[in-house]
Design a binder for this molecule. Structure first.
Ligand code: GLC
Length: 529
C-alpha cells in the first residue's frame, strides 16, 4: 500500500497545492512502482486547518483538490492500471465548518443539534472551568467555551469538534457516508483515530497530560482512548463493507498492547490495523527482532497478519530518525536540535535497509509517498511557513508535522522540482533536486530502483506465504527466511559474513550487490539460496 498525501503529491493546476488532477497524471508512475493500492489522505471539503482531517462535507471534494467527478475518474483510472484505492474516513470529529456544528452553535445548550457533539457545562463558579482536565493531543485544553457558556470537546484542534458516537444519528450518518463512497467504487477505508470514538461520558478528570500525538497510552479504562464501546460500531461498518465485493478497512488505532490491537482485527471488525511499533523504535536490533517476533506470532494466533509502517504523514521521516543518536526525541529535536548531531548519510542508508527489510516481512507493508526516493524530513522549514496546528497549540514548543509533508520532487530543476507550476505550499529543500524521481529514474542503483525490484519480487514470491523463519545470525543482524528469499539486515557497526551459497538479488547499498561475501553495516540484502 502506497500512501498519497494529496496536498503534496502532484499539483495539476499550478496553484501550489497538490490535487486530484496531479495524482491522475502520476498513475503511470504509481503503476511502475509495483504497488497494489493507494491510500489517499482526506480529500473532502475542508478548511484544511489540520490538513483535511477537519472535514466540512464528507460527500464533497475540497475545491483546491478537484471535484467529485475527478475523484471518480481517479478511482477508475487507478483501477484500470491495476491499483486499488482506499480513502480516509474521519469519524472522531468534524470541522467546525461542518453544517452539523454550525447548526449546533446556533442552537441552545441541551438541544438535539448540540447532542451530536459533546457539549457540556463547565465546572466551578459560573462554569468557567472546563468540564474535565483533558489536554488536546495537539496541546492546550481539549475543551473550548462558547459565548453562551457551554463547552465543547475537541481532542485535537479547537476547529475539530468531537462527535458523540452514543447518538444514533451520528452512527447512521457515517454508515451512509461509507455507503456513498463504496457506491463510488472505493476499495476500502483507512479509519482515522479509530481508537478514539467513544468517551467516558461520566467525564472523569485524568490528572495527567494527554499522551503526545501518536504514542500508545498505557492507562487502563482510559476516558477516551481504546474504549470497549468502539467495537460494536466497527461491526456495523464491517457488515456494510461486507455487502460489497473485495473491500477492506484499516484502523489507525494507537493502543497499548498487541492484545488490545487484536480486538480490532477480529473477523467481524477491521481487515488491518497499523502496527506502529517500528515508528517509535530506534535503530536497535534487539528491539527490531522483538517487534517482528511478537507481532507475527500474536497476529498469527488470531488468524491475522501484521500491517507494517515505518513512516506516515504524522511522523519525522525515517532517514532523519535513523540519522539521530538513539534516544533522541525526534519531535522535540526538530525545533530544539542540536542539529549537528544528525548524520543524514547514515540515516539514509539505514532507512533504505529498513525498507528492504520491511518489504520482506509477512503481512502488509505501507509506504509513504517519498519513501521510495529515500526522502528525508525537511527538518529546517522556517517557522513562518509552518501550517500544522501543533505549532500554535503547543505554544511554539513543537514544530509539528510539516517537515514530512513537503511536496514531492519529481524533476531535478524547475520552480517546484516538477511538483507543479506554482510556488509549492511548503518550500522544498534545494538539495532534493538530486534525489528527484527524474534523477533516480536515470540511476539503476537508486533507492527508487531498489523499491521497484523488491516490490516485483515480493509480488511474485513473498505474498504466497506468511511464514517467517529466523536464520541463525549475529545478534546485530536481522536474518529471516521467507521461502525462496532470505532477508539479511546488518544493524551493527562491522561487516558480517553472508552464507557462502547465496546469490544477492536486491541490496539496499549499490556497492554491496557485487561484493558478495560480506554484508556492510547499515545494509540489507535479499538472498536466493
Ligand atoms: C490522525 C491523523 C492526523 C490527524 C489526527 C486528527 O492521527 O493521522 O494527521 O491530525 O488524526 O484527525
Amino acid at each position: 500500500m502506497y500512501q498519497v498525501y494529496p496536498r503534496s503529491f502532484a499539483d495539476g493546476n499550478g496553484d501550489g497545492t497538490g490535487d486530484i488532477a496531479g495524482i491522475r497524471s502520476r498513475i503511470p508512475y504509481l503503476a511502475s512502482l509495483g504497488i497494489d493500492a493507494i491510500w489517499i489522505n482526506p480529500w473532502y471539503r475542508s478548511p484544511l486547518a489540520d490538513g483535511g482531517y477537519d472535514v466540512a462535507d464528507y460527500r464533497e471534494i475540497e475545491a483546491r483538490y478537484g471535484t467529485i467527478d475527478g475523484a471518480a475518474a481517479l478511482i477508475s483510472e487507478a483501477n484500470e492500471a491495476g491499483i486499488k484505492v482506499i480513502v480516509d474516513v474521519v469519524p472522531n470529529h468534524t470541522s467546525r465548518e461542518h453544517p452539523w456544528f454550525v447548526e449546533a452553535l446556533a442552537a441552545e445548550p441541551g438541544s438535539a443539534a448540540r447532542n451530536r457533539y459533546h457539549f457540556q457545562p463547565g465546572k466551578g463558579a459560573d462554569g468557567a472551568e472546563p468540564p474535565t482536565d483533558w489536554t488536546s493531543v495537539f496541546g492546550g485544553p481539549s475543551w473550548s467555551r462558547l459565548p453562551d457558556g457551554d463547552w465543547y470537546l475537541h481532542l485535537f484542534d479547537s476547529s475539530q469538534p468531537d462527535l458523540n458516537w452514543e447518538n444514533p444519528e451520528v452512527r447512521a450518518e457515517f454508515l451512509s457516508i461509507l455507503e456513498f463512497w463504496l457506491e463510488r467504487g472505493v476499495d476500502g477505508f483507512r479509519v482515522d483515530v479509530a481508537h478514539g470514538l467513544v468517551k467516558d461520558m461520566t467525564w472523569p478528570d485524568m490528572e495527567s497530560e494527554t499522551d503526545e500525538l501518536l504514542t500508545a497510552n498505557s492507562q487502563e479504562n482510559h476516558p477516551f482512548w481504546d474504549r470497549d464501546g468502539i467495537h460494536p460500531i466497527v461491526r456495523e461498518w464491517r457488515a456494510l463493507v461486507d455487502r460489497y465485493e473485495d473491500r477492506m478497512m484499516v484502523a489507525e488505532a494507537w493502543v497499548p498492547s498487541l492484545e488490545r490491537l487484536a480486538l480490532y482485527l477480529r473477523p467481524d471488525e477491521y481487515h488491518q490495523s497499523f502496527s506502529f511499533d517500528f515508528v517509535g523504535t530506534d535503530w536497535d536490533p534487539s528491539e527490531f527482532r522483538r517487534i517482528i517476533t511478537e507481532s507475527t506470532t500474536k497476529t498469527a494466533t488470531i488468524g491475522s497478519t501484521t500491517t507494517w509502517v515505518l513512516n506516515n504523514h504524522d511522523v519525522v521521516r525515517h532517514p532523519t530518525r535513523y540519522g539521530l543518536p538513539n534516544g533522541t526525541n525526534w519531535r522535540a529535536w526538530l525545533l530544539d536540535g542540536p542539529h549537528d548531531i544528525l548524520d543524514a548519510e547514515l540515516g539514509a542508508r539505514r532507512a533504505l535497509a529498513a525498507n528492504l527489510m520491511l518489504l520482506a516481512l509477512p503481512g502488509s507493508a505501507y509506504l509513504y509517498q517519498g519513501d521510495e526516493l529515500g526522502l528525508p524530513e525537511a527538518w529546517d522549514l522556517p517557522i513562518e511557513v509552518l501550517d500544522d496546528p501543533v505549532w500554535e497549540r503547543s505554544n511554539h514548543t513543537r514544530k509539528g508535522r510539516d517537515g514530512c509533508r513537503v511536496p514531492i520532487p519529481w524533476t531535478s530543476d524547475g520552480p517546484s522540482l516538477g511538483f507543479g507550476d506554482g510556488e509549492p505550499w511548503l518550500p522544498q529543500p534545494p538539495e532534493w533536486a538530486e534525489i528527484s524521481v527524474e534523477a533516480q529514474e536515470a540511476d539503476p542503483n537508486s533507492p527508487l530502483a531498489m523499491h521497484r525490484k523488491a516490490l516485483a519480487i515480493r509480488a511474485e514470491e513473498l505474498v504466497v506465504s506468511e511464514t517467517l523463519t529466523w536464520v541463525d545470525s549475529a545478534p546485530e543482524v536481522i536474518a529471516f527466511n521467507r521461502g525462496t528469499i532470505e532477508c539479511w539486515m546488518n544493524m551493527g557497526t562491522t561487516a558480517v559474513d553472508l552464507p557462502a551459497d547465496a546469490a544477492i538479488v536486491v541490496a539496499s547499498d549499490s556497492g554491496q550487490a557485487t561484493s558478495g561475501a560480506s554484508l556492510k553495516p547499515n545494509t540489507a540484502v535479499w538472498l536466493r539460496r
